[in-house]
Design a protein around this ligand. Sequence first.
Ligand code: GMT
Length: 421
Amino acid sequence: MLGGKIAFLTLCILHSIPRVKIETGRSGKSKSRIRKGQQEGTMRIGITCYPTYGGSGVVATELGIELAVMGHEVHFISYSQPFRLNGRDDGIFYHEVPVSSYPLFEFPPYDLALASRMAEVAEYYSLDLLHVHYAIPHSVSALLARQMLAKRGRRLPFVTTLHGTDITLVGLDRSYLPITRHAIEESDGVTSISNYLRDKTIADFGISRPIETITNFVNCDVYTPIKDEATRARCRAQYAAPEESLLVHLSNFRPVKRVTDVVKIFALVARERPAQLILIGDGPDRSSAEWLAHDLGIHSRIHFLGKQERVSELLALGDLLLMPSELESFGLAALEAMACKVPSIATRVGGVPELIDEGVTGLLFPVGDVDAMAAGALSLLNNPSRLDAMREAARKNAQKRFCSTLVVPQYVRYYEQILGQ
Ligand code: GMT
């Protein structure tokens, strides 16, 4: 249904596992929400990211939450509170970066305000290091903050994590390339969310320093299939009749996501079998997608849900995720779906083949080949035993390779290595 249907999820709480839970992770450290002062061996980490909708902000926020659960103290420094932070998590602090405008400033210098705030927060809260997500302009601001504190005899190393468009689009703009390359070279540590992005950064920017791949991750307790079939059926019924297939898409609706391809693929699927589509997210291409849905006469079968907080609960309702992106350095949405036992119909681009095991946890196609993607989706939907096998494999792959309990300790070890240098 078009027109910003409000998700029913408050009425349909599926598997309300608290995001921050009490357990012992693989790192062996206590994961208690109750913090009585800082534990020995823990760090004070400043995290900067884009706080709005977007994969890098999601990863940075989830990382901060997981680090805090492990006993580290986490300070988010950004122009607004990251959207997945609810402000109640213990061990997490948020510092807003005020950017004052002045008639002379046609472009208020956020990167400078950020550098100042980073240096202040690092000093006032005795941060051990900064971790910036998305190179531009965060790594440049961190570099300035490090220099400011060095003058005062204080060490403030910083780690830059590359996410994708900071390299593939923005960083390759001639006006940004030299400063981005400089900040990457000068970072105390650099990580990339896939080998694809690591290799591309080294090749396109002529980087000589090592870049460590630490993949994106998912909290496998939050992103989890609905165990109880009756609950799943009840919640699914809000969107699809029992005999209908339910396809899902999750993105920020930027052109790179090719959301109109999602609608075209769905139209071809819906021509062959009863089906519904859930679109989660919002962004510049939403109205073109809505227009196309009307034009193709399938708008009544498409649920535009807009931005949602509890995406795990929606993903878990789907049979398949559609991710026909022009490029994905990783494809976090596909991982989140996988963890919910939902395989993907995706494009064979960037880092996606590192995430999706072709034919096992999803199907991959050339960009723009909507006919092939629709045929691929139908081949699975028409073959329930194959789809079931793929669903099982998707969840297993997420658990085996991408759970936060496996990946977050890699960041911790990386920080320790940087601090020990
Ligand atoms: O393209 C986006 O969705 C935004 C961008 C971001 O940095 O917010 O996403 C990139 O980072 C995500 C998290 O690491 C990855 O999962 C996406 O694949 C990547 N997007 C692209 O490479 C186009």
